[in-house]
Design a protein around this ligand. Structure first.
Ligand code: ADP
Ligand code: MG
Length: 295
């Protein structure tokens, strides 16, 4: 009877939009007590839009947007797409970039119009790279944006901070309900993100999550999962990004958003075909029910 029950479980999973890698996956759903949720693209839509451009005194807003937009044009990151699209919409064609470099979890840098430009959160590492502090008008703009739950990135060129760009992402309509369902299954939700703590806490509040791990570099997401496991917790992780793949593989149960990157899907034990987080709760409920049938 056992193989039949498993086949029923996986068949029902496919109907719900859950692809299960193998029957052995079901076993780990029984013990899971913690569910780590990646923020961008998992709890939020990941479709960001440019909300505001702030320039330092003596700098033109359009110049901030033009140089940042040019640089971000070469990046695939959701923040980058928002900035490049916003810049093109306002300014038309953007200048070319030389020596482009993507620094995962931090931002981008390169040469535009003879200037060394950076866009991102290099400042959080302790001062702008190039050593320039954030002028008070930019520090204020960044803080206000973050309190509203927006992601604020700093634009520097030639070693000085010249502007702040605020981009907004929306929490998926279904995320708060999904968090309630996960809690009802006895799981503690934890929000995990490379984004700023203030932004992460705004998203956590909106969705009913109490535990937040923020400002985590991509390579440290695995360590974050391991730390929870070291506390004796059994961890499910839901993620979508290339940054999440290693953490999905490390978690006791990895759930990949089918709307996400191939790397995440390959690393996961389960794929949630639609980008709906409620299906994560469905998946755990179904797996537990299937196991109950077997016994
Ligand atoms: P998440 O874990 O939320 O998916 P990432 O680890 O990809 O986020 O990025 C963390 C932070 O690094 C972003 O919130 C942003 O501040 C900054 N960042 C990353 N890539 C870029 C980029 N291309 N341009 C500007 N900022 C970036
Ligand atoms: Mg993500």
């Amino acid at each position: 009877a056992t193989p039949t029950a498993l086949m029923v479980g996986t068949g029902r999973g496919a109907q719900l939009g859950i692809l299960i890698k193998g029957p052995e996956v079901l076993e780990s759903t029984r013990r899971v007590d913690t569910v780590v949720l990646d923020k961008t693209g998992t709890v939020t839509t990941g479709r960001m839009t440019l909300q505001a451009v702030h320039a330092a005194e003596g700098t033109e807003e359009n110049e901030v947007l033009r140089l940042a937009g040019a640089l971000e044009h070469a990046s695939e990151h959701p923040v980058a797409r928002a900035i490049a699209a916003g810049a093109e919409e306002r300014l038309g064609a953007l200048p070319p970039v030389e020596h482009f470099e993507n620094v995962p979890g931090r931002g981008v840098r390169g040469r535009v119009d003879g200037r060394e430009v950076t866009v991102g959160r290099f400042h959080d590492a302790g001062g702008a790279q190039g050593g320039a502090p954030l002028p008070p008008e930019l520090a204020g703009a960044r803080e206000r944006a973050e309190r509203q739950g927006r992601t604020a990135v700093v634009v520097t060129w030639d070693g000085a901070a010249r502007g702040v760009l605020a981009v907004a992402d929306a929490v998926k309509e279904t995320s708060a309900e999904a968090v309630r369902e996960l809690r009802a299954l006895g799981l503690t939700p934890v929000l995990l993100t490379g984004d700023n703590r203030t932004v992460a806490e705004a998203v956590a509040r909106e969705t009913g999550i109490d535990e937040v791990i923020a400002e985590v570099l991509p390579e440290d997401k695995v360590a974050a999962v391991r730390r929870l496991q070291a506390e004796g917790r059994t961890v499910a992780m839901v993620g979508d990004g290339v940054n999440d793949a290693a953490a999905l593989a490390t978690a006791d149960l990895g759930l990949a958003m089918g709307t996400g990157t191939d790397a995440a899907i390959e690393a996961g034990d389960l794929t949630l075909v639609r980008g709906d987080l409620r299906v994560a709760a469905d998946a755990i409920r179904l797996s537990r029910r299937t196991l109950a049938t077997i016994k």
